[in-house]
Design a protein around this ligand. Sequence first.
Ligand code: BES
Ligand code: ZN
Ligand code: ZN
Length: 493
Amino acid sequence: MSISFNSTASVPKNTHSIHILHGPNDARFLPLEPKVRRDLQERLKKKEDYICVERLGIQNHVLLVGKISDTPLYMRLESIRKSGVEINTRLNKGKIEAVFLAGEDSEMMLALAEGLALSNYQFLKYRKDRSEKSNTLKKVTFHGPITGPEITRLKARLNGVYECRDLVNEPLSYLTAPQLAKEIRRIGKTAGYKTEVLGKKKLESLKMGGLLSVNLGSVDDPTFSILEWKPKNAKNKKPIVLVGKGVVYDTGGLSLKPTANSMDKMKCDMAGAAMMIGTMASISQAKFPLHVIALIPATDNRPGGNAYVPGDIVTMYDGTTVEVLNTDAEGRMLLADALTYAKKYDPELVMDAATLTGAASGAIGKYASCVMGTAEESDFKALEQSGYHTYERVARMPFWDEYGKEMKSDIADLKNIGGPTAGQITAGKFLEHFTDYPWIHIDIAGPAYTTSQDSYRGKYGTGYGVRLLSDMLWNKAFPPKPELPKKKRAVKK
Ligand code: BES
Ligand code: ZN
Ligand code: ZN
């Protein structure tokens, strides 16, 4: 469950504490048995490992975290995040509620705190035995060079991931499109962003044909939520706009999902929306000096009522006509309308996130999202770097014109499906038609949801993308200093 964080100038003796060590000297003052300390110092001398020691009152434990020799920083950070899972398990066994986390390197300490907090997450709302099942850790106290603003940002980021996971884990029986809009308002009230919700009547008067047609088979109204964070000290003149696919459940509609069990996880089809909501919560709670807007078109997709059918021709919000050849390609219908809506802000950059295609996870699995678009190379680079730094990695796709040609229809301007290959890219090309600004499309169908435990990402909603975008946006507000060029060695004559 959620953890509170603060810091202290000293670690009291005989308390539960975790120490991150980088060299033999760091072990000198630890309250260890002499033999354990000697062993530890020997290993640290070899400069082989980051070692993390936890002293849980009863026993001293030594935990290997990962090789440091020649390992890039992002891999070391990920190893240390992962070690949070093992430590969390031990804390639970000892029913320990509070620990001290000591170290010399704030980045490593923050990564471990992240790993601890993310593995402490549980979704127990629907279980009678939730109080017995609840993880025990409630408080982490830092001792080291961590600053107040770093703790504020950590808390905001973790809160964003928790909110994102909760939303993805909620089933349709609770999280309908109108309920999603309510959750967005609730989160905004505490985090800081403003919310406006467009209801069905408004969407009809705007003629948002893409969103409305997907909603035709539903018993619930669609919603279109607009989240805005506009601080006085915003560094960007034109806003950054985030768009998230909010399909609260995807049955496929009349083109009912054909693959056995594939519908079981389709409550996750609003993970793009949850990623953007979590990101907005994170950046507004930490008061990023950036003007950012998020657009969340939401509905479920099911047969019944007046459901849209294969063969229908839908007039979209921007007037484009689309021949619907598969009602299961619904995400692009509502995203297209939201991307059109984004034009009115004259945005600096638009990023959308969606569990859009099985092809994306087919291509690269759960380890990364597929990204493509028309933004500046520098923005793709920044996203890629944040991807490694947070270990929410992104894989760039080609985005050649030929893929777009597959989306032409004989009877309308576009059709909603392409050929049998590269489905994640043809879907992206469909969306491109509705953009006229720098844009990045992030297909998160692979990493958004997992049905087996995956380290600190957990089981079910992983919260993918909140840390990625929070990091990228932070770097937009405060660009990291470029690395100094290496000095050339003097060449002996
Ligand atoms: N929501 C699905 C994509 C998806 C698949 C998300 C697996 C998460 C895990 C999307 O709406 C969909 O059904 N896409 C179709 C498109 C096709 C009909 C062109 C797909 O990928 O099969
Ligand atoms: Zn679908
Ligand atoms: Zn879908």
